[in-house]
Every structure is written in structure tokens, then in C-alpha cells.
Write a protein that binds this ligand. Structure first.
Ligand code: IPM
Ligand code: MG
Length: 380
């Protein structure tokens, strides 16, 4: 009998509930098609959790994530909870969860689909062939350093240990080995002490363990420029938490819209935290018009990285690709953030239809499940 795979879903705020509902529908369809049983447990995070419990990451949510094989999150935050004097903010729930799960390596792939190139503010010829992944350090740096607030000054300490840098660097080098074999490490070593340690440590890990991978170092300010002027030159980009936050919003623009990009936050084991990189978009929340593609592609990353269900991940990606291609010439099949008129429900149905229409997997569902399970630690 196939064992259950436990997925904890944290819809969060704004458009979070809408896009996670779409992603869960796709996950369930994958389960039906390939013979896996996904047990979905929903829990509160962010503003929704503050409203219900007073805490951004209530203990019940922390426990639900702890017992999950993977966690899928929508988005957190919104104007309702952004009073600077508020004792607790939605974003604190997300940061606490990243820390709790120890998901220190945040993979943010950017590979613009040919059908969306013309929606980017950047020229199509610059974007042709772009295929990069930013590996953002996610549990250190100024996000987690000591903070102080006084009437006339404030402090955010940026601190990194060698061990923290080494583990995320290894992640980036291992990933590069499965791709085009190049890592660009981004820092501000001409000014920051943490960046000098970053550069030294990444170089050391490279020499000692990954000499077959090409490593280059780049300063973050020039990286911000080159990411726009020659994005094709990058394969794996590894950087610290705050630089990674900023550069990935910039990189999202290469794909035409934030509504298309998924992410995976990974640690030492298979369990990960998956989320679209877009935010809660309070301006369009509740209207049924959010683009669910980033959340659906986050499900593909979940299938691949936490469950080793590669065939299933590819099926989801192919279905999304077919939907994006159909939207190229038909605005009714294109998301609003790409200039179309399709609703969240219409896009989700289109992905589900493409998933069902694709040729059947060569192995039986049972074979697929058996091949995948040994790699995954599943709890009964
Ligand atoms: C992101 C977001 C978060 C971050 C916020 C919501 C705390 O911008 O995932 O990129 O800064 O990490
Ligand atoms: Mg961000």
C-alpha cells in the first residue's frame, strides 16, 4: 500500500490562499495520475495567524511543519499588519519558520519561457537562453543578527560564521555540477568584513572540494548591473541573505513577472520549504485574478527536491510550459501580470488539463512510487 506523503500547506495572507489552493489542486492531480497519496494539512502563518492567535508562527503551525515531508507556503504580509509599532509582524513568522526548519539554502531559478520574453522590460535578445539559479543564504546575515532600536538610532548586525558560509557554498557547487559547472559568488568584499570572510571561505571550499567547477567572484553592485546586461553568462549565483533577497527580485524581472517564479528552501535533509517568490499582493487579493504559476512551479520543485519524484516534477513543468505557450497568442489564456485576462481558476484548470492530456508515464504508478520512496524519509 502506498504510504502517505505529508505536505503542510501555509496559505498565509493576500493572494497566498488563492495561489496555494491552485497549487494543491495540481499536487492532488499529480497524486491521482502517478499513484501517490498526499496528505495535506493546512496551518496558519503570518498576518492570518496573528489575527487568530496573536503569533506569526503559532506552535501548532511549527509542529505541523516539523512532522511534514515538505512545506508549501503562499505569502505573508500586508498593510493591515505593517504598522511599524506593531509588536509582531507577519514576516517574523516566515523568518522563524526558515530558522526552525534550518533551510539555509534558498534556490531561486530563473529560466524565462520563450512565450514570456516579450513581457519583460529587457530586450528579448538579451534574455534568449537565460538559465540561472540564485542560491541565497537564508538563515543568517542581517536578517537574524542582533537588532536594536533607540529613539535616535537603530542597529542590525550582519554576522556570518565559516560553517554557515561553507554549507551554502557546498550546496551551490553541488548544484553547479548538475548544470553548466559555474558558480558566481557575490559579495561586497571591498567594504564588508563579512564579505571578505565569505570570499575566503567560498574560495577555500572550491579549492578543497570542487576544483572541477569554475568559480568567479563578483561585487554585488556590479552584479546588479550585469544581471540585466548579460544574464546569459550566469549559471549558479551564490550570495548572502540580504543581497540574495534584492538580486532575486531583480532577476525575476528577467522572466517578465514575479508571478512566474518558484523557490525552494533546503537544508541538510530532504525536507524543504517551497514558496512562490512573489509577495502577498494585497491590491489584487480575493479577486481570483492572481497568477498561480509560481506556486504551481513551487510544487514541481517540492516534488523534485523533497520527494525525489522527478517524473512528476517534469510533468508539472511541462504542463505549465504548455499553458504559457498557449497564452502567447491568446490573451484569454494568459495571466493578467503578463497582459492577459485569465483568472486564477482558468489558469489552474488549463494546467490540470495539460497535466492530464500529456502522454502517460512509461513506468507504472507503482514503479514510480517504489523508486521514489527509498530516497525519502516518510513517516507513517
Ligand atoms: C522573500 C521575501 C521575504 C524576505 C520577506 C517576506 C520576509 O521578500 O522571500 O524574498 O525578505 O526574505
Ligand atoms: Mg524578497
Amino acid at each position: 500500500m502506498p504510504r502517505e506523503i505529508r505536505i503542510t500547506v501555509l496559505p498565509g495572507d493576500g493572494i497566498g490562499p488563492e495561489v496555494t489552493a491552485a497549487a494543491v489542486a495540481v499536487l492532488q492531480a499529480v497524486g491521482q495520475r502517478f499513484g501517490q497519496t498526499f496528505r495535506i494539512e493546512e496551518a496558519l502563518i503570518g498576518g492570518a495567524a496573528i489575527d487568530a492567535t496573536g503569533q506569526a508562527l503559532p506552535p501548532a503551525t511549527a509542529e505541523a511543519c516539523d512532522r511534514a515531508d515538505a512545506v508549501l507556503l503562499g505569502a505573508v504580509g500586508g498593510p493591515k499588519w505593517s504598522d511599524p509599532k506593531a509588536p509582531v509582524r507577519p514576516e517574523q513568522g516566515l523568518l522563524a519558520l526558515r530558522k526552525q526548519l534550518n533551510v539555509y539554502a534558498n534556490l531561486r531559478p530563473v529560466k524565462p519561457h520563450p512565450a514570456t520574453l516579450k513581457h519583460s522590460a529587457i530586450k528579448a535578445e538579451v534574455l534568449q537562453g537565460v538559465d540561472l539559479v540564485v542560491v541565497r543564504e537564508l538563515t543568517g546575515g542581517s536578517y537574524f543578527g542582533r537588532k536594536e532600536r533607540h529613539a535616535d538610532r537603530a542597529v542590525d548586525v550582519c554576522e556570518y560564521s565559516v560553517a554557515e558560509i561553507e554549507r551554502v557554498a557546498r550546496h551551490a557547487f553541488r548544484l553547479a555540477r548538475t548544470r553548466r559547472g559555474k558558480v558566481t559568488s557575490v559579495d561586497k568584499a571591498n567594504v564588508l568584513e563579512t564579505s571578505r570572510l565569505w570570499r575566503e571561505t567560498v574560495s577555500h571550499v572550491h579549492r578543497a572540494e570542487f576544483p572541477d567547477v569554475v568559480l568567479e567572484h563578483q561585487l554585488v553592485d556590479s552584479m546588479a548591473m550585469h544581471l540585466i546586461s548579460r544574464p546569459r553568462d550566469y549559471d549558479v549565483v551564490v550570495t548572502e541573505n540580504l543581497f540574495g533577497d534584492i538580486l532575486t527580485d531583480e532577476a525575476a524581472m528577467l522572466a517578465g513577472s514575479m508571478g512566474l517564479l518558484p523557490s525552494a528552501a533546503l537544508g541538510d535533509g530532504p525536507r524543504g520549504l517551497y514558496e512562490p517568490i512573489h509577495g502577498s499582493a494585497p491590491d489584487i487579493a480575493g479577486q481570483g485574478i492572481a497568477n498561480p504559476i509560481a506556486a504551481i512551479l513551487s510544487v514541481a520543485m517540492l516534488l523534485r527536491h523533497s520527494l525525489s519524484l522527478h517524473r512528476e516534477a517534469e510533468a508539472v513543468e511541462s504542463a505549465v510550459s504548455a499553458v504559457l505557450a498557449a497564452g502567447e497568442s491568446d490573451t484569454a489564456q494568459r495571466a493578467r501580470d503578463l497582459g492577459g485576462t485569465a483568472t486564477t481558476a482558468a489558469l489552474t484548470s488549463a494546467v490540470l488539463a495539460a497535466l492530464t492530456a500529456a502522454p502517460s508515464a512509461t513506468a507504472s504508478a507503482k514503479d514510480t512510487a517504489e523508486a521514489a520512496f527509498p530516497a525519502v524519509e516518510l513517516r507513517d
